[in-house]
Design a protein around this ligand. Structure first.
Ligand code: SF4
Length: 320
């Protein structure tokens, strides 16, 4: 049984890690980009950001004044049992979000959409978002927090099969130009693209592609992996660099996730996980051990469910 006290304590630690410590994969990507950038202002921004990450870690302060919108992804092994059940888990994550907002501190960004009511703690109706995934084996629970910035760097378009790869490229470029010119997300960003699904599933896929995969990771489908490489290069060839200034450093990486869709359509979403690509992960085991990491490792074979059926582990066949 996983203790709820350990879950809440770990969740509070994760909130601080996400806000303060830039993940190593993003940092390495930014260092490579900074070494290649030759636009004056873009280079200046990249160097300033590298120094800013160091300062944030040293001072234990948030890396950006806008600490984004905290959200949670929870993945559970099939045998995981949580003290108090899923309701206690959600209460612990909401309490951790509120406590972290005042202790770190985070900017209390969440307000009611109409009345602008502010509980001053990033908690409210539907906030923070908590999404779930499961894996066939294990007594563990993975807690993943993402402090999503680049709030306005998101777009959706209903494409049709006849639009083809050229149509996908056109929307990708339209989106990046709009994000850069209008300051909708601070670049360079990890760009997530969702293709297919229904409209809502497409948005979820794209956001997860941006937030739950690491820089340098590639889709297991070699043709999609080749598109990811091509789109990264394409995104860095439009003449815009860091913060939309002249340069070639818009995109730290491009991740694409797909889902089966209606035969008549080809939904597409584009999401920017901004210059403050904040995520932190911990695996909490039934025996109380906690392991911290920065790779969400969300997109396993089971999460992508590529086959109609998949092998059910021996242990579950017996207990069924
Ligand atoms: S887009 Fe990201 S880096 Fe820019 S202000 Fe928002 S949170 Fe900070």
């Amino acid at each position: 049984m996983i203790s709820i006290e350990v879950i809440q304590r770990t969740a509070e630690q994760l909130m601080a890690k996400a806000a303060i410590e830039i993940p190593q994969d993003y940092l390495a990507g930014l260092q490579t980009t900074a070494a290649e950038e030759d636009g004056d202002l873009s280079s200046f921004v990249l160097q300033a950001m590298l120094e800013n990450y160091e300062a944030a870690k040293e001072d234990r302060r948030a890396m950006c004044g806008d600490t984004g919108c905290p959200r949670w992804y929870v993945k559970m092994g099939n045998e995981a049992r949580i003290e108090g059940g899923p309701v206690a888990l959600e209460a612990a994550l909401r309490r951790a979000t509120a406590n972290a907002t005042s202790n770190i501190p985070l900017r209390p960004n969440r307000v009611h959409p109409l009345w602008r009511t502010d509980h001053d703690n990033n908690v409210g109706i539907g906030a923070p978002e908590i999404e779930y995934g499961f894996e066939p084996d294990g007594e563990w629970i993975d807690l993943i927090t993402v402090h999503k910035g680049g709030l306005f760097g998101t777009d959706y378009r209903m494409l049709f099969p006849s639009d083809g790869i050229e149509g996908i490229k056109r929307f990708f470029l339209d989106s990046l130009v709009a994000f850069g010119k209008r300051g909708l997300a601070c670049q360079p960003a990890i760009i997530g693209i969702g293709l297919g699904g229904s409209k809502d599933a497409c948005m979820v896929l794209g956001k997860r592609a941006a937030c739950l995969r690491t820089v340098g990771d590639r889709n297991p489908d070699p043709k999609i992996a080749a598109l990811e490489d091509e789109f990264k290069e394409l995104g860095n060839s439009i003449g815009m660099g860091a913060m939309g200034f002249v340069g070639k450093s818009m995109v730290i990486d491009c991740n694409i996730e797909v889902g089966y869709c209606h035969t008549g359509g080809m939904q597409m979403s584009v999401h920017a996980f901004c210059l403050s690509s904040r995520r932190a992960v911990a695996r909490v085991h039934a025996d109380g051990r906690v392991e911290f990491r920065t790779d969400p490792d969300w997109f396993t074979d089971y999460q992508r469910r590529e086959t109609v059926e998949w092998d059910i582990p021996e242990s579950q066949v017996k207990s069924a």
